[in-house]
Design a protein around this ligand. Sequence first.
Ligand SMILES: [Zn+2]
Length: 386
Amino acid sequence: MHRLLLAGGSVLDVRTGKVAPADVVVEGDRIADVGGTGLDGDDAVDCAGRLLIPGLIDCHTHVALTRTPNDPLGLPRSARALSIVPVLRTLLRLGVTTVRDAWGADAGMRLAVERGWIEGPEILISLRQVCTTGGLGDHWRARSGPLDFFGDPSMPDPVFDGEDGARAVVRRMVRADADWIKVTATGSLVLGRGVHDVQLTDGELAALVDEADRQGGRGVMVHAHGARAAEAAARAGARSVEHGTYLDERAVAAMAEAGTWLVPTLSTTQSAPDEAPDGAPEAHRASVRLALDAGVTFAMGTDNPVRPHGEALREIAHLAEAGLGAAGALRAATLDAARLLERADDRGEIAEGKRADLVLLDGKDLDVTALDTRVHAVWHRGRRVA
Ligand SMILES: [Zn+2]
């Protein structure tokens, strides 16, 4: 098989946070060898003065939501689908090679990437935001009643009530081929409503988690700003808490005990702190510190397009600054993200046998403050894509 040699550069070991000189050999879509120096290959890329890191994983993005003022209601259906093409290209160029879509993308979009009709990171989909009546995923107006954004069987009705309803909504999502079940347990920070509420009962949360697990071992990701909702999600066995803007000691203790990941999506409050609700940027950073101290595991997620998709790598800088440090932030964006997605046997680090998702950065240091300006080349499944 053809051997591509990435020669003379440095390699980040995300487990230890250490950088050391090493050659890397890629065969097909796999990393075939990671050695000291002097490995051989059929073709070589000179990596001198540069740093190889694993392909990045965004565990909370919305690739099919754009920033047009009246999206998605304002877009014709075809435009909504096609809008992912430039978004996915942007993410690949930034070195993002896997994403977990936190609602908006459907199975057809995932299929288009798998088939190679369009280029993009691998997409894991959740379709819609499952919620109880009046929750964040329940698009309803007093004047017109329920609004169906999509009128599309590939984007099932996300609203349910009660434990039987919870099982039924998971089954609807699985029928439409969701990889993950996304649940909203509190209101929205942006809309400033219900952020401290707990919009599901413990029984409803437990039923969602149990049913998702029965259906191919799927995981549940829970949107929760307030501490009580995050604590309830952890106790119910959700795999990750999203946002976690207002966590407290009890919430982070429950998450640490249950092994619940935190995907803090710091970009939502740290990229434009003046636009965030009063006190939210400070509270969000304090939550991250509490979670770190409690031993909670982090995974990177941007929640874009809250910020433009082109700013995705700023989340890594926010994580570093909030207390993870550069090595910790890069681990959250690679190995720990892969563990959350149960893909760590396949990707998330530069090691023999892992998928050749690789980013070559200019310079050899771990500084993550302006990562996007340092991306020199990107390989996805062993193929150079940027
Ligand atoms: Zn989101």
